[in-house]
Design a protein around this ligand. Sequence first.
Ligand code: HEC
Ligand code: HEC
Length: 448
Amino acid sequence: MKTFLKLAMTGVIALAVLQLTRPSIPSGPMTAEIQAPPQVRQILEKDCYSCHSNQRRLAWFDQIVPGYWLVRHDILTAREHLNFSSLGQKPVAAQRATLYEAINMIQLGAMPLPQFTALHPDAKVTPEELAALKLYLAPWANVGSTGIASNGDGSGSALKASLAAIPMEFNGLQFQPDFETWKPMSFTDRGDNNTFRAILGNDIAIKAAMSGNIAPWPDGTRFAKIAWQQQERSDGQIYPGKFVQVEFMVKDHYLYRETDGWGWGRWHGADLKPYGADSRFVSECTGCHQPVRGDDFVYTLPITATKSGRGEVVNNRASALPQSLPYQPLSWNVITMMVDPKARTMATLFGNDAAMQVVRTTADKAPAYAAGSVLALVTWSQREDPHWFGGRIPDNPLSVEFVEIDASQKARTYRCYDGRLLTEHPVPIEDGIKRSATLMNLAPATLP
Ligand code: HEC
Ligand code: HEC
């Protein structure tokens, strides 16, 4: 019995000593992450990045020697073969080729390594995820001229090639080249620095806002906040003028655990220069967002009909458009916005997918809307932003105007809904024609 005890003790001590022999696994910045839409990147991040990226994501039991040695060996070998953190340097065609290979490996059950998924069941690729990857690569579909497939939001627009080449932030956050296609969460009129802001969210963000799943926001949520200088025009209204900057918050509670669960970045000016001198710029962001830590560090009150039991964290009032309207424009994309300083109202011009296809290729002038385009101007009264003194946000909707553009650009239908219940308000034909022309002639807010 004594010998057994001795042996056991020796074993325990030997294991403890072995823990000290632990060559490191280097982790590094994501120098050039693979270019793919967020929904694709997310799958790779969850299932493949622990081995095939510069990120180091080990479970506690991976850290125990001798298991650690095996894990380390796998990771170093995996990175040598395929590193999603630097794959973005390669030509788009090469990136696609690698993704095809990856899908086939998954389909064959070879990846992620089965011995890994046995211990990390979360990293298994689900049939839905595999379907999403295949849908993205869709081998027989047409691909946009840039070679990057459309972002699947139905608008069919290829990403602007120039945006895909914007350098990353000093903390390693990648620029989000598809942000212009994200959907609006809210708008602010900032009297403290005379800017307008549109706060947009990717699909995951919008879904979370619509279902009230925002405490905390789910991993994969991405916000963009676009700021423009305010410019008064001859009609007495204030419009977005010069583009100032775009900022991003990207949620991953694990990856960004040291910066409150969010990746932060700001790209300034028309040339989208990454902000800051080094990664310490992030403390400015987290510092100022600290007061709203109870709302997962998010200031914006998303415009959504979902109720929240936690005080004022969503903007229900602004979302109150009747179901009976011919369209629900709050889920469309933003063309521009305006504030009437005397009436204290703010309005946003939304476009359906057909309208946005034209808007995205138009700069600083009236877009030549094609048949099938529908514009919607939603006007709200304004109220103070309860989270930020100096900001105003949309309150109750006052009116919704629609312009439908038919086959001939001259044939268009104007309809106006207003009053307490936003009911249709008959408009003389002449007035409708004038008002349609005004809305169709509004220049889209400038984007890089
Ligand atoms: C536990 C670590 C681990 C995980 C997780 C993992 N892999 Fe691998 N992967 C490896 C290793 C190790 C190799 C090298 C295998 C070899 O050649 O022996 C490899 C090789 C590959 C290769 C071949 C690359 C080449 O050019 O040789 C592809 C493609 C691949 N993995 C895709 C994936 C995908 C896609 C995922 C996620 C769904 C994934 N892997 C998850 C460890 C991993
Ligand atoms: C001086 C305070 C302040 C600083 C500094 C700041 N923010 Fe914000 N941020 C705000 C406020 C206030 C809002 C609400 C929207 C608005 O009116 O601008 C906001 C909103 C946002 C949003 C939209 C989501 C949300 O939380 O509402 C993003 C994205 C964002 N900020 C990113 C950043 C990044 C990135 C940095 C650092 C480079 C940063 N912010 C620094 C005050 C700040």
